[in-house]
Design a protein around this ligand. Structure first.
Ligand code: FDP
Length: 327
């Protein structure tokens, strides 16, 4: 007997029907999955085809643009456009908001199509992260700068591992794997485990002495209780936290020996990185806070590429550091 697993589309179809929702969201998700598969193809063949290097440009954030950044951006915008369901998109790869379908679009999509750039030259895991909010369907269009708590879904593909994780508002966080036909199948509900023996801490230890004193003290006090892991790509590191529990953090850099390199606002981008993982974490029973110990999902963005510090993972750990941060 052949064993068939439930496909992602089948799972989503039931979900939409059960909640009396339209199929527009399915069409959007189909576009995002097509984009992710297409990016994965370029990534897998990237070393052979010479696509894992620099593109020769510098982006608005002053970072070198990779060839794969451009490819991933082009692919994603193509599929979002083809879906007809998106009004505006905001991308890490574009300094301006991207108008897509101003008449018929229903959704705002915030995305980073290739996150974790230090892994790219090695072909090691990177992330495609996205958050989705819905426009106001009656009356005037109501702005695209939404707080994470107003997202209707958020997810990530860890490329090229064939895993896809999606959180749906008030309906949990689900993980899918690719099967032999390259379909995402077998929904597994992700709930952060309570067993502290499995918990992991994840942060860049090279930055540790640049964190605030209170964060350094917290690390000193707690690090020996947990396993330490750091891949250097948010999606991959958060993927582990979702499975094993613990906490990923990218604190504010405030004590750098070269003050020009301080990042008091944090490094990660709010709309398409921090709020995305915070949303997935909340739906899996966890939480996320910023450098003031305030919930990431409550931050109202003032601009597209706003940065934030991030502490995300199991509630008891995030609660504990939030108390220290807000003291
Ligand atoms: P990167 O700059 O390599 O693209 O968003 C940026 C991000 O990667 C995250 O994916 C990752 O968690 C973090 O920054 C890595 O930064 P460090 O190299 O400072 O550790």
């Amino acid at each position: 007997m052949i064993r068939f697993e439930q496909t992602f589309m089948n799972f989503l179809l039931y979900h939409q029907e059960r909640h009396n929702r339209t199929y527009h969201f399915l069409i959007l998700m189909d576009a995002l999955i097509s984009a992710a598969k297409h990016i994965e193809h370029y990534y897998l063949t990237g070393a052979l085809k010479g696509n894992l290097g620099l593109a020769g440009d510098v982006n608005i954030q002053g970072e070198d643009v990779l060839r794969m950044d451009q490819i991933a951006q082009e692919i994603t915008v193509h599929y979002l456009r083809a879906s007809g369901r998106v009004i505006y998109a905001i991308s890490e790869e574009s300094d301006k908001i991207i108008p897509i379908n101003m008449e018929g679009g229903r959704y705002f999509v915030y995305f980073d199509p290739l996150d974790g750039s230090s892994n790219v030259p090695h072909g090691l895991p990177v992330g495609f992260l996205f958050g989705i909010a819905k426009r106001n369907l009656e009356g005037l269009e109501d702005g695209h700068l939404r707080a994470g708590k107003d997202y209707i879904a958020a997810g990530m593909f860890v490329i090229p591992t064939g895993t896809f994780t999606l959180a749906l508002k008030d309906a949990g966080t689900w993980r899918f794997h690719t099967d032999e036909t390259m379909d995402f199948v077998k929904p597994i509900r992700m709930v952060l485990p309570g067993d502290t023996n499995e918990w992991e801490l994840s942060f860049n230890p090279a930055h540790r002495h640049t964190y605030s004193e209170r964060v350094q003290n917290w690390i000193e006090k707690n690090e020996r209780k947990y396993v330490f892991r750091y891949l250097g790509a948010l999606a991959g590191d958060f993927h582990r936290i979702l499975s094993n529990g613990g906490m990923f953090m990218y604190p504010a850099i405030v004590n750098h020996p070269d003050p020009k390199k301080n990042r008091p606002q944090g490094k990660l981008r709010l709309m398409y990185e921090a709020a995305v993982v915070a949303f997935m974490c909340q739906e899996a029973g966890g939480m996320a806070v910023d450098e003031a110990g305030a919930p990431i999902l409550d931050i109202q963005p003032k601009e597209h590429h706003q940065r934030t510090a991030l502490y995300v993972g199991s509630k008891p750990l995030v609660d504990d550091i939030a108390r220290v941060l807000s003291d």
